[in-house]
Design a protein around this ligand. Structure first.
Ligand code: FAD
Length: 261
């Protein structure tokens, strides 16, 4: 599979008021796995997407990407394959609450058949292990829902909590829904995980807003005795920071933890 290429929109739906489900062609022959991540490349408004020259080596590809003049360089954002069908994939774009649209969300609001994005990945080198244990906690916010939906078919002993803005954001999936209803982001999720029955031999998969993920992980390790190595975690987005902003000291500490340092 070519690690980079183009994706063309063939359909746009709204499964919930804040979810834009976009179907793309261009995924013929892709290998499938759950929690499949890819980088989408959004062209500057009104311009075609410009891709760096093809290269299988990710570092050389990224250098070629950075060499594209700034006014033509696409914006790169991470997303998850939510579904697939005969050479097409679905991606669910969450429309942020609170007027904080970045380029990806702004694109999704007006996406239409015929629109074209670039992509890097999915790359099996970034495939994350599916947690295995007597009990497996899957927990996240609305941005983690696409990954959780695909993990559900792989984990048969999962305890699943998903925090969404309100009841209208629920999707037909066997998870415990938590409605923010104006409460602080992640507070309902932390409360639910605190109340869940999880022995120290449990494993966990966590994703969503970075501070929320950090608080969940801290609770699981310090108060529930989970092994650090049994927790797969990723901060998907950061409050008041874009995906292009430099890592904070907390992000760097998380990265060190992931590397086992
Ligand atoms: C591996 C991975 C997989 C992901 N999969 C998905 C997915 O399938 N679907 C999905 O919707 N997102 C997913 N995300 C999250 C997505 O990449 C981020 O939300 C991203 O910041 C959106 O880009 P943007 O251009 O809209 O906003 P940016 O330009 O990055 O940020 C602009 C502003 O929006 C705020 N912001 C960003 N995201 C949110 C949010 N969700 N809610 C409220 N405010 C926000 C930022 O704090 C900032 O102030 C994933 C992230 C990762 C790392």
């Amino acid at each position: 599979m070519n690690p980079t290429g183009l994706l063309e929109v063939t359909a746009v739906r709204r499964p919930t008021p804040r979810t834009v489900r976009v179907t793309f062609t261009g995924a013929e022959g892709w290998e499938a796995w759950p929690d499949q991540q890819l980088k989408l490349l959004f062209p500057p408004p009104g311009r075609p997407v410009r891709l760096p020259a093809g290269d299988d080596d990710v570092m050389r590809w990224y250098q070629a990407f950075l060499a594209i003049p700034e006014d033509e360089r696409p914006v790169m954002r991470s997303y998850t394959v939510r579904g697939r069908d005969r050479g097409t994939i679905d991606v669910d774009f969450v429309l942020h609450a609170g007027g904080t649209d970045g380029p990806a969300t702004a694109w999704a609001r007006t996406a239409a058949p015929g629109d074209v994005l670039g992509r890097y990945g999915p790359d099996a080198a970034y495939r994350r292990p599916v947690p295995k244990a007597d009990a497996v906690l899957l927990a996240g916010d609305e941005t983690a829902l696409p990954a959780i939906a695909t993990l559900l078919s792989e984990v048969d002993n999962a305890v699943v909590f998903v925090e969404v803005p309100d009841a209208a954001e629920e999707q037909p999936l066997p998870v415990h829904w938590l409605h923010r209803d104006g409460a602080a982001h992640g507070s309902r999720l932390l409360e639910a995980v605190r109340g869940a029955s999880l022995g120290p031999g449990s494993a966990a998969w966590l994703a969503g807003e970075a501070g929320m993920v950090r608080a969940l992980r801290r609770h699981l390790v310090a108060e529930r005795g989970l092994d650090k190595g049994a927790i797969e975690f990723t901060g998907y987005w950061r409050r008041a920071l874009t995906q292009d902003d430099a890592p904070t000291p907390e992000d760097l500490a998380d990265a060190r933890e992931k590397l086992g340092g």
